[in-house]
Write a protein that binds this ligand. Structure first.
Ligand SMILES: Cc1cc2nc3c(=O)[nH]c(=O)nc-3n(C[C@H](O)[C@H](O)[C@H](O)COP(=O)(O)O)c2cc1C
Ligand code: SF4
Ligand code: SF4
Length: 286
């Protein structure tokens, strides 16, 4: 099997999970390559692969607009197998709605969507998880991926069912897609903090930032991925109406995983359930 992972990732979580998944497929004797969905990336040779895995973070209970754009241009491939791989900041079932549009688009292009894999990774907006939470999330990813890779090898898997309430909620917040270019245009760099290093220009997967007189200037193509705000070494990017939700700086995934009592209070029950379900899997395997 030759698998192509096409991954959109603003702040590295989905890329990290996709790369780990690809590594697992290789360990099982298959070929796997990771392609990052970016405006400046050359098109991969889709015909050279017999399996497509599309990875992306959940944005407001939906797939990011960059992924929708990518899928619109994807060449047809009659009968080829595909999977979806998602990361999200919380293990809410509302996030399952983020598979609806990509599934439909892949199907229209002739793909046979065999299943979806969802992993919780730390938030890149709203609030910062502790590094302990990030480490526990990663531990769960490490537990799940061997099983999920085996599912892919067997051609098995399942798609998430989404009821009418969750569909409606996701539909309403999809306003993020048309709103983000307008909101993103009002992003700016703090005059006090910005050192004019230009790192944000390279981080933006949409080519939406250019340097003007030593300061970043934001265009009209923002998809709200938060790569600029998260990755700025000086935490200088101000994200307009979302500024109080700004998260800056890489997480550490290899520290001590948070214990049950250290799980963040926000949605504690949900996280516990998610961690415990996967830890049961690990115990069963041992
Ligand atoms: C604009 C935006 C909207 C988001 N909406 C959700 C959401 O609806 N549900 C959720 O659980 N996480 C949400 N998140 C969090 C991301 O899905 C999560 O942190 C993801 O792992 C980031 O992946 P990345 O590093 O590959 O970009 C959102 C993040 C952004 C930037
Ligand atoms: S990465 Fe930060 S410090 Fe560097 S140019 Fe961009 S906003 Fe300024
Ligand atoms: S401007 Fe920032 S948030 Fe918008 S697409 Fe570029 S990196 Fe992502």
């Amino acid at each position: 099997m030759k698998a192509l992972f096409c991954i959109f990732s603003g702040t590295g979580n989905t890329k990290r999970v996709g790369e780990r998944f690809a590594e697992e497929l290789r360990a099982l004797g298959h070929e796997a390559e990771v392609y990052l969905i970016r405006k400046d990336a050359p098109e991969p040779d889709y015909g050279a692969y017999d399996l497509l895995i599309v990875g992306y973070p959940v944005h407001a209970f939906n797939a990011p607009s960059a992924v929708v754009r990518f899928l619109k241009k994807l060449p047809a491939a009659e009968g080829k197998s595909a999977y979806l791989l998602r990361t999200s900041g919380e293990p809410s079932k509302l996030n399952h709605a983020a598979g609806i549009t990509p599934r439909r688009m892949l199907k229209r292009r002739g793909y046979n969507v065999r299943g979806e894999f969802v992993y919780v990774m730390p938030y890149n907006i709203i609030f910062r998880h502790s590094d302990g939470m990030a480490a526990r999330m990663w531990q769960t990813v490490e537990t799940r991926i061997p099983k999920d890779a085996q599912t892919v090898v067997e051609g098995a898997g399942e798609c998430m069912r989404v009821g009418p309430f969750r569909r409606a909620a996701a539909f309403v917040v999809r306003v993020e897609h048309p709103a983000m270019p307008v909101i993103g245009k009002t992003f700016h760099a703090s005059k006090k903090k910005c050192i004019g290093c230009g790192a944000c220009v390279g981080l933006c997967p949409r080519g939406n930032i250019r340097m003007v007189n030593g300061r970043p200037k934001f265009g009209m193509h923002c998809v709200g991925c938060m790569a600029c705000a998260f990755g700025c070494p000086e935490d200088a990017v101000r994200i307009s109406v979302f500024n109080l939700w700004r998260v800056n700086g890489q997480y550490t995934f290899n520290g001590e995983p948070a214990k049950d009592e250290e799980i963040c209070r926000y949605c504690r029950k949900m996280y516990r359930k998610y961690f415990h379900a996967n830890e049961e899997d690990r115990k069963e395997k041992q």
